[in-house]
Design a protein around this ligand. Structure first.
Ligand code: G
Ligand code: G
Ligand code: G
Ligand code: MN
Ligand code: NA
Length: 259
């Protein structure tokens, strides 16, 4: 339909924009960084979320230039935050990568160029890859990720715990962060929380930490969830309880308001 024909020119017309959602340290509530989430301001349909156009962009190949634009834009934004925030330590930026970008030969060189042009250190960038994109990944697929990881870029496994996670497989992946899927956070909402889910999260955190991985939780909507996940040992959190995705100015205000 209409979206299919409008998508290829939307990038040139400047119709995409990025919202940022903070990632907060569970220990002290300070801002760690933010995840970049792309939106499309469609001239007729208004603001469309990624679920409405990312699958289409993947099928048509537009995801490669679109993903490069998202990376460039959000890396530049992260550098701008850092320049006004440095007394509190650098803010990190998380950017989602689609499986098509992983197999695109330009991934490493594009990322290096974008970081250099913006003047952002590689360790301020975290690339989020879904667990399902790395299932059965062979060395060819992992090579660019290893290369980025060696430069200091963090790789996060997004939506962790929903796929066929092969925990033993984690050892071969160049991953530094597990992003626990929202479904675990939702089950912390029940009172008392499901004891089996509590054990599962406890086990994932313990395994992650023993492999030197950080654990981020998604979809935190209440203070009670945040407290439960903090007690379970999760490191950072993201969700409406802290902030909805919003314009870059909002993140800056939140970070500067930190105690
Ligand atoms: O913002 P929202 O909650 O609607 O995001 C839905 C999903 O879209 C998220 O799970 C996220 O992984 C994905 N997404 C958001 N921005 C991007 C992007 O720039 N690239 C890719 N590949 N996925 C994105
Ligand atoms: O900021 P902190 O001191 O908590 O981080 C310790 C290490 O763990 C850093 O190297 C940091 O990159 C990593 N880390 C902790 N939590 C997260 C997170 O949510 N996302 C990312 N990308 N890295 C994290
Ligand atoms: O995994 P992914 O990168 O898709 O995660 C980001 C998505 O989750 C975005 O679409 C964002 O709007 C959504 N999201 C962020 N925080 C919350 C929350 O607290 N609750 C719910 N239900 N969705 C959230
Ligand atoms: Mn994500
Ligand atoms: Na996610």
């Amino acid at each position: 339909h209409g979206l299919t024909t409008a998508l290829p020119t939307a990038l040139d017309r400047g119709e995409f924009f990025i919202e940022y959602q903070p990632l907060v340290h569970l220990g002290d509530g300070t801002v760690h960084g933010a995840e970049a989430l792309v939106r499309w301001l469609h001239p007729q349909h208004g603001v469309l979320g990624p679920d409405r156009f990312i699958p289409l962009a993947e099928r048509t190949g537009l995801i490669v230039p679109l993903g490069r634009w998202v990376l460039q834009e959000s890396v530049r934004q992260a550098r701008a935050w850092q320049q006004t925030h440095d007394e509190k330590g650098p803010l990190r930026i998380n950017v989602n990568l689609s499986p098509c970008q992983l197999t695109h030969p330009g991934l490493v060189s594009d990322t290096v160029d974008i970081l250099e042009q913006a003047g952002l250190e590689p360790d301020a960038l975290c690339l989020e890859v879904t667990e399902s994109a790395l299932i059965g990944a062979d060395d060819d697929l992992l090579k660019p990720l290893r290369c980025l990881a060696e430069m200091g870029v963090d790789i996060a496994l997004d939506d962790f715990g929903t796929g066929y996670s092969n925990l033993a497989n984690l050892r071969r992946l160049p991953v530094r962060v597990l992003k626990l899927d929202r479904s675990f956070t939702q089950s912390m909402q029940q009172c008392p929380a499901d004891p089996v889910d509590l054990k599962i999260v406890e086990g994932i955190v313990s395994l992650a930490h023993s492999l030197n991985l950080a654990v981020t939780v998604e979809g935190v909507e209440t203070g009670a969830q945040a407290e439960q996940l903090r007690i379970l040992g999760c490191d950072t959190a993201q969700g409406w309880y802290y902030a909805r995705p919003g314009p870059p100015e909002r993140l800056h205000e939140l970070a500067l308001a930190d105690a």
